[in-house]
Design a protein around this ligand. Sequence first.
Ligand SMILES: NC(=O)c1ccc[n+]([C@@H]2O[C@H](COP(=O)([O-])OP(=O)(O)OC[C@H]3O[C@@H](n4cnc5c(N)ncnc54)[C@H](OP(=O)(O)O)[C@@H]3O)[C@@H](O)[C@H]2O)c1
Length: 248
Amino acid sequence: MPAPYRYFVLAEFILAALTMAGLRFIVAPYGRHNRPGWGPSIPARLGWLVMEAPASLLVAYFFATGANRASLVPLLLLALWQIHYVHRAFVYPFRLRGGTRMPLAVAAMAFAFNLLNAYVNGMWIGHYGSYPTSWLADPRFLIGVLLFAGGLALNLRSDRILRALRRPGESGYKIPQGGPYRWVSSPNYLGEIVEWLGWALATWSFAGLAFAVYTIANLAPRALANHRWYQSEFPDYPDRKALLPYLW
Ligand SMILES: NC(=O)c1ccc[n+]([C@@H]2O[C@H](COP(=O)([O-])OP(=O)(O)OC[C@H]3O[C@@H](n4cnc5c(N)ncnc54)[C@H](OP(=O)(O)O)[C@@H]3O)[C@@H](O)[C@H]2O)c1
């Protein structure tokens, strides 16, 4: 693994630490936390499409140019990645309801992160990772894939419940009920975190770990902010945790 690549992986860990520290003081200004003072804005649909597209397209490019491009296990890892990111970049934005906007600065920062993350993870599975076919029977791979699939299912289901709260044209907020919302306020974030922990395990790599750590650093503080927001907006908000059932 060449030195420059290692520095980019290290940079992702450092970015995770900075993100966790920064989000203790600032709530990222998009969605329910959007507020004036963050410069020009763009339609949220466009923001999601543009900022998430590199995670799918660049990983496909790095993979296609790598020595692993015809190897079975890396191809399966690529399939997992693309199941998530083709949906996130090219399906999810078109299902959003509410017609909201997001600051261009937020989209630009997420775009930049996705460039880094696509490089770190795409180069790993396409070029530098070494996965013999026997990895398919390794407990780390098997448990990692199960976690990834379970996290993805939770993330998709939770986002679907949120979407159903608004009729086409509506833009307000309601209390999500049922399913995983019985236990936590942001099960979509919990699903996302479990997914990338599964990815870290299945790839058994610093690249995967860096992304899982970054996802926790980004989404745990936001889950807490969402939870407090629900409690302050809805006096009848049910008793549930922010992110981890029964715990937190
Ligand atoms: N890997 C990462 O680091 C990362 C980072 C960010 C997001 N994500 C993923 O991207 C997806 C979206 O993230 P997000 O932060 O936008 O999630 P979110 O705040 O839960 O919002 C998701 C969607 O549901 C709507 N919504 C949320 N709560 C609602 C309510 N109570 N009533 C009606 N509509 C509601 C939102 O509308 P508004 O936009 O109008 O609020 C938005 O369209 C999630 O699956 C998340 O896991 C991943």
